[in-house]
Design a protein around this ligand. Structure first.
Ligand SMILES: [Fe+2]
Ligand SMILES: [Fe+2]
Length: 423
């Protein structure tokens, strides 16, 4: 076979493996409670999506890549299996150490075999992927530790080896006697509620009563509100975009046949929201705010995970994001009075990212409607979905309520007290 064709086919397998990392690593985002780990996973999902895009681009130059972008069952199966342990850290260990570790080895064996001058462009890319894989492994070490030697990783390793690995990095081995594919038993389902580890949760951070909620919209737009209070409120708003992180992360797995470019934009969207959440998570303690007094909002996840993927997507892009610009513009103007360069910068980037998210929404909704056999036009669909969302949200808000008693909870009035005391 022509070495060019052969390389194109190998890159196709690597592309499918990176796509599967995006599709399954993302399912762990709402399952892990540590926000630092959520953020890392979103970043790794985004980087895997970038790898896949480079592989597709280079693979297409070489031919034999194929005109479709689907993942073959033999590649998808061990990934489907990996996320079936009830402990998300076991899933993460097996995924990163066995399946992603296997990809790193496959990249290394590819680098060894490839002709340095003839295939310089591919080798250059693959070297980058190997160093990303190495960094990812180190970044996850604190969470997955020694789990790689667990029974679950051995189970996943048996599945991976039975399919012959990704390239030639592993010997094909028959499955051990009695091996059972848990992924054959029942379809995967996302958790009903996202995990937030030690953090208290609540339905929503937004409300009208300053003695009950931390973010009061009328305060944000009232010219007499101290801008230092507005700054704390907008950081709490941003931190609570972790709610978006958790529900956006569920869409990849639920749309396995969507075009890769959709997953690419969605991975970017997910990573952006995780950055926005980090803006608040990192800045609030610097302003003297104790994070353990802030309830984390989870109502949107609770409702949206019960709705279909195209309904989740239209709610976030056509409704939540599209309607946030006016109030955020007013907030930016007020925060500017503080002369806080860092806050101005974070808010400006948040705004720019959000404009892209709304564009993604308009670009991809028609594709999703077709994928799910939706016959209503986009506008009617968006309008009617919002109606259904509002009904579900009213019930969920009442059920989820507050996770902290009012005396231990950060509210708008307490923000005011703390800002005044810090003067
Ligand atoms: Fe955001
Ligand atoms: Fe957004």
């Amino acid at each position: 076979m022509s070495p060019v064709i052969e390389t194109g086919q190998t890159l196709r397998v690597f592309f499918e493996v990176e796509r599967e990392i995006v599709r399954t690593l993302s399912t762990l985002v709402p399952r892990v409670g540590d926000l630092e780990l959520k953020y890392r996973l979103c970043e790794h999902v985004w980087e895997a999506a970038q790898h896949a895009r480079f592989l597709r681009e280079r693979g297409r130059e070489l031919g034999a890549f194929g005109s479709d972008e689907g993942v073959r069952p033999g590649v998808a199966r061990p990934f489907d299996e990996t996320i079936r342990h009830e402990d998300p850290l076991e899933c993460l260990a097996a995924l990163s150490q066995v399946l992603v570790g296997g990809l790193r080895n496959a990249y290394l064996s590819y680098l060894e075999a490839a002709e340095p001058l003839a295939d310089w462009p591919t080798r250059n890319l693959v070297r980058e992927f190997v160093s990303d894989a190495e960094r990812h492994r180190l970044e996850l070490e604190a969470w997955v530790g020694v789990r790689g030697s667990s029974a679950w990783s051995a189970h996943v390793s048996a599945a991976y080896c039975s399919l012959g690995g990704w390239n030639d990095e592993v010997e094909r081995r028959v499955l051990p006697e009695g091996f059972e594919w848990l992924s054959d038993r029942e379809p995967y389902s996302h958790p009903a509620l996202p995990s937030r580890g030690p953090h208290p949760t609540c339905a929503t951070a937004f409300g009208d009563d300053p003695a009950e909620f931390p973010i009061v919209r009328s305060w944000l737009t009232d010219p007499s509100t101290d801008p230092a209070i507005i700054r704390v409120m907008i950081y709490i708003w941003l931190m609570n975009e972790a709610d978006a992180v958790d529900y956006l992360a569920t869409i990849f797995f639920d749309t396995p046949t969507a075009p890769f470019d959709y997953h690419f934009d969605l991975a970017r969207h997910l990573w952006d929201e995780s950055r926005h959440s980090q803006f608040g998570f990192r800045q609030l303690p610097r302003l003297g705010i104790d994070l353990s007094t802030i309830e984390q909002q989870i109502v949107l996840y609770d409702v949206l995970v019960r709705m279909a993927p195209h309904e989740r997507y239209v709610m976030v892009t056509w409704h939540f994001e599209a309607s946030s610009f006016d109030i955020k513009a007013e907030v930016m103007d007020r925060v500017r009075e503080l002369g806080d360069f860092e806050a101005d910068t974070l808010l400006a980037f948040d705004r720019s990212d959000e404009q892209n998210h709304v564009r993604y929404g308009h670009r991809w909704l028609p594709m999703l409607l077709e994928l799910f056999g939706e016959t209503r036009d986009a506008k009617t669909f968006a309008f009617e979905t919002a109606g259904r969302f509002n009904e579900l949200e009213a019930e969920a808000s009442a059920r989820l309520g507050h996770g902290l008693p009012v005396e231990r909870r950060l509210t708008a009035l307490r923000i005011q007290e703390q800002v005044e005391a810090a003067r």
